[in-house]
Structure formats: structure tokens, C-alpha cells
Write a protein that binds this ligand. Structure first.
Ligand code: AMP
Ligand code: MN
Ligand code: MN
Ligand code: MN
Length: 275
């Protein structure tokens, strides 16, 4: 079965509207999908409706931004009740920070000789909350960078123009918002943080201490070896394993819908908890 539990829409920094995402995923053979927009749940109703029409199983999702030991870590929440008050309040706080950060990023870019970034980024966000991807689109469209990857090397990251440090939720907060809402918390793309083995194990321990139950083993941003490493960590800590593409944009050739490899055989699939 083709299961994808990590995708984005225009409700955060994805390029497709929720219903377009569902259509494309369905055509690509995805049978179960979670929409996991950054720090928001605004796309879930539209996506669920489209999934019903396409005869696809839909799972409520979110990707929460967390500050942990001075780093930004992403925690995916799956199969929760979006109207849970503490989750709603938590999301509102993260979105406030996103707005303040966007203003500050634009000011910093302006000082670096790049005017108009706030309005420029907004023209790519369709009125939705602003993320670095929208600034990246603006920088590429105006010739400041040749592509998105170039942006995330030369702008908006530590010690580069337009960088603002994250001030996100704590691990305890983010995990409790998801579990309190009846959902399952998952460490997103663990290999992307480039942590040493010791630090990664510390992250997993802190996450489990907070009530987290799963890690992404198969991810669009994991290579074959990273899948093996994360499967070993999942087994070691008796965590459930998740799988998600982290799809954002049909024009990003490195991540496609409907093409995820299966979980390694020793893994306990996280979807056993809700399918
Ligand atoms: P934000 O949550 O607004 O700080 O933005 C983080 C998002 O930027 C991620 O979810 C990705 O969509 C995107 N991003 C970060 N680093 C890269 C990269 N190296 N290449 C492409 N996209 C990236
Ligand atoms: Mn993103
Ligand atoms: Mn992420
Ligand atoms: Mn993501």
C-alpha cells in the first residue's frame, strides 16, 4: 500500500492547494495521505473532502516547529482532533512568531540591499502565513539566487542575509498539543538535522519523555543508508516508524508523490495505531 504521512499545501509553504495535492497524490497511486502543513491546520477540511471524493484515506496532520537545544526540530502530529484548545492556542503562538520573523527577515534583507521582500514573499503565500520558502521564491524570481537550494545556502540561514533565529515551541509543548488532541507525535526527517549519534539519541529520549511515539524512517529526504540507520534507532527505542515524502512542489524533481520505498521489515508501522 502506498502511504504518505508528510505533505504540504498552500496552507503553509506547499505549491498546490489542498484539493490539487489530493488529486495529484491520488493519480500517483497514494492510498493513504496525511496533510502536514507547518504550524497550521487550515488545509485539513478541504483536503479531507477532496480525499473522500477520490476514495483516498485521509489522516489529519501537522508539522510543528520546535526549538530544541538551540536547533529547529520538526515534529509531525498525526490523527488528532484539530479543534483541541491547547493545540489551537499553540498554533496561534507559532503563527504570531512567523509574522514577527517575516517582518524581521525583510528588514535584514533590506539592509543587505534587497528591498521589498515582505510584499514579495506575500505574493507567493496567497495570504497564508509566511515561511522561508515564500522568501526563497521571491529571491529566485528576482534574480538574487539561481534556485531554491541556492537560497538555503546563501540567504535565510545562520550567518547569511535575512537570517532570524527560531523561537518556536518547546518539545514538551508541541508533543503535548498533539497527544492531548488524541494524536501521535513523530520526529520528522531525523537525518536532516545532521546530529551526531549521541545528540540524536538525546533528541529521541527527550521526545519520548514528552510522550512522542514514532520517528520517520522512510522520508523523501533520507537516502538508503539513512533509512537503515533510522530503522535501527526505531528498533532500539521501540518506536513506531512513519513514512512521508515531505512533498512541497511538483517542480522540485527530487521529491515525488507515490514513490516512497516500503518500511524496512523490522519496523512497526505507525499507521497500525490508526488504520
Ligand atoms: P520555515 O519553517 O519557514 O523556517 O521554513 C522551513 C522550510 O524551508 C522547510 O520546510 C522547507 O520547505 C524549506 N527548506 C529549508 N531548507 C531547505 C533546503 N535546503 N532546500 C529546500 N527547501 C528548504
Ligand atoms: Mn516546508
Ligand atoms: Mn520539516
Ligand atoms: Mn515538511
Amino acid at each position: 500500500m502506498q502511504i504518505d504521512l508528510h505533505t504540504h499545501s498552500t496552507a503553509s509553504d506547499g505549491r498546490l492547494a489542498p484539493q490539487e495535492l489530493i488529486k495529484r497524490a491520488s493519480e500517483a497511486g497514494v492510498e493513504v495521505l496525511a496533510l502536514t502543513d507547518h504550524d497550521g491546520v487550515d488545509g485539513l477540511i478541504e483536503a479531507r473532502k477532496a480525499a473522500q471524493a477520490a476514495d483516498m484515506q485521509f489522516v489529519n496532520g501537522i508539522e510543528l516547529s520546535v526549538s530544541w537545544n538551540k536547533r529547529t526540530i520538526h515534529i509531525v502530529g498525526l490523527n488528532f482532533q484539530p479543534d483541541y484548545e491547547p493545540l489551537q492556542r499553540g498554533i496561534a503562538g507559532l503563527q504570531d512568531f512567523r509574522e514577527r520573523r517575516a517582518r524581521e527577515m525583510a528588514q535584514k534583507l533590506d539592509k543587505a540591499g534587497i528591498p521589498g521582500a515582505y510584499e514579495g514573499a506575500q505574493s507567493f503565500s496567497d495570504g497564508n502565513m509566511l515561511g522561508r520558502m515564500h522568501f526563497a521564491n521571491f529571491l529566485v524570481a528576482n534574480g538574487y539566487a539561481k534556485n531554491i537550494r541556492h537560497v538555503f545556502k546563501h540567504y535565510l540561514v545562520a550567518n547569511k542575509p535575512g537570517h532570524v533565529s527560531g523561537d518556536w515551541a518547546t518539545m514538551e509543548e508541541a508533543v503535548s498539543w498533539v497527544t492531548g488532541a488524541g494524536g501521535i507525535a513523530v520526529i520528522a526527517h531525523p537525518a536532516r538535522y545532521k546530529l551526531t549519534r549521541t545528540k540524536l539519541r538525546k533528541l529521541i529520549k527527550d521526545f519520548m519523555q514528552a510522550g512522542g511515539q514514532a520517528i520517520e524512517v522512510v522520508s523523501g529526504s533520507h537516502d538508503v543508508n539513512e533509512v537503515k540507520t533510522m530503522a535501527a534507532h526505531a528498533a532500539d527505542f521501540d518506536l513506531y516508524a512513519s513514512a512521508g515524502s515531505d512533498f512541497h512542489d511538483p517542480d522540485f524533481p527530487w521529491i515525488k508523490l507515490g514513490k516512497l520505498p516500503p518500511l524496512p521489515r523490522q519496523c512497526k508501522p505507525v499507521w497500525d495505531l490508526f488504520l
